[in-house]
Design a binder for this molecule. Structure first.
Ligand code: ADP
Length: 297
């Protein structure tokens, strides 16, 4: 578990974090989202003990990162791939991290496979794409098989293959019990893998909850339907005074429950091939939370 407790951070007169609190449980992925400059990196750096908070505290499992006897086993941190020295090879870099953490160099070899860089292990990092550097940085973060993992924008620069690899990687970490905090701008991807989401805006927590709460269908959300006879379906629906919007393969019906709509269509002798209540996406919720805050500011 990672607990951020009432953390405030000031730089001179400017308050960049204002009483930020949230908890990321073990065995789960906590998505951390917010616009640029909202305070994500500052929060994550404070969590990792790299920046001191002005007020508040952070706990990682039973202790802070600084107190851990085996830090690489306690917390893995990926903030950016920028700092990886270009003159090192991927293998050299991971072996160096193993050395500094008192780990066997055989771990570096296994990691190269885990992050999909075994074939370029002896190439210099300066020849790597951003995506390859990201993989290497993520590998370095997990060198000590940490029980907690903080990843800041890890999917930047990953190609579709890399994104799929990352998804499997992070899901299996969470399944193995690791507490993962993942900051990302990729809402669709995050919506597919996160268990809970924390939204930060202007240094304050704007919303937090389970992913199910964030993408729950609103009771009045439209119902999308595909039928065997769209013109008959449209007439039947309009006869009930419901608003309908044609779509490419079906139609969107406003103001009805899925059950009610199915009853109307079946009653009119129209066959149904598809019927779903539209759910909001994580992206929809993200923008509506930020908009609500904007109008309040
Ligand atoms: P995010 O990661 O969400 O983009 P950051 O945590 O990087 O946001 O930044 C939050 C705010 O804190 C920004 O306004 C940024 O300019 C400010 N900030 C970050 N680090 C410093 C610093 N060392 N000195 C002054 N201001 C900083």
């Amino acid at each position: 578990m990672i607990r951020i407790d009432d953390v405030t951070k000031r730089y001179g007169d400017s308050t960049v974090l204002d009483r930020v609190s949230f908890e990321a449980p073990d065995g789960a992925i906590t998505g951390f989202v917010g616009p640029n400059g909202a305070g994500k990196t500052t929060t994550l750096r404070i969590a990792a003990g790299m920046t001191q908070p002005s007020e508040g505290q952070v706990q990682i499992g039973a202790m802070t990162f600084a107190q851990a006897e085996r830090p690489a086993h306690h917390l893995g941190l990926f903030l950016s791939a920028e700092g990886i020295p270009g003159a090192m090879t991927a293998r050299g870099f991971l072996e160096y991290i193993c050395d500094t953490q008192g780990l066997r160099r055989t771990r570096a070899q296994r990691l190269l496979h885990e992050v999909g860089l075994a074939e370029v292990a002896n190439k210099k990092v300066k020849s790597f794409s951003l995506g390859m550097r990201q993989r290497l940085g993520i590998g370095a973060a997990t060198v000590g098989e940490p029980s907690h993992l903080i990843l800041d924008e890890p999917a930047n620069g990953l190609d579709p293959d890399g994104i799929r690899w990352f998804r499997d990687f992070v899901l299996s970490a969470a399944q193995a019990g690791v507490c993962v905090i993942l900051s990302s701008h990729h809402m669709r991807e995050l919506g597919a893998i996160a268990d809970q989401v924390v939204m930060i805006d202007s240094g304050r927590i704007a919303a937090q909850g389970s992913i199910a709460e964030f993408i729950a269908a609103e009771p009045q959300a439209p119902v999308y339907v595909e039928t065997t006879d769209d013109s008959a379906a449209e007439r039947a629906v309009q006869d009930q005074g419901l608003e309908v919007q044609a779509q490419q393969n079906g139609m969107m019906v406003m103001g009805s429950s899925p059950d009610g709509l199915a009853a109307v269509l079946v009653g009119a002798g129209v066959g149904l091939t598809h019927l779903t209540r539209q759910r909001s996406s994580l992206e929809d919720t993200y923008f509506s939370v930020l908009q609500t805050r904007d109008t309040r500011h």
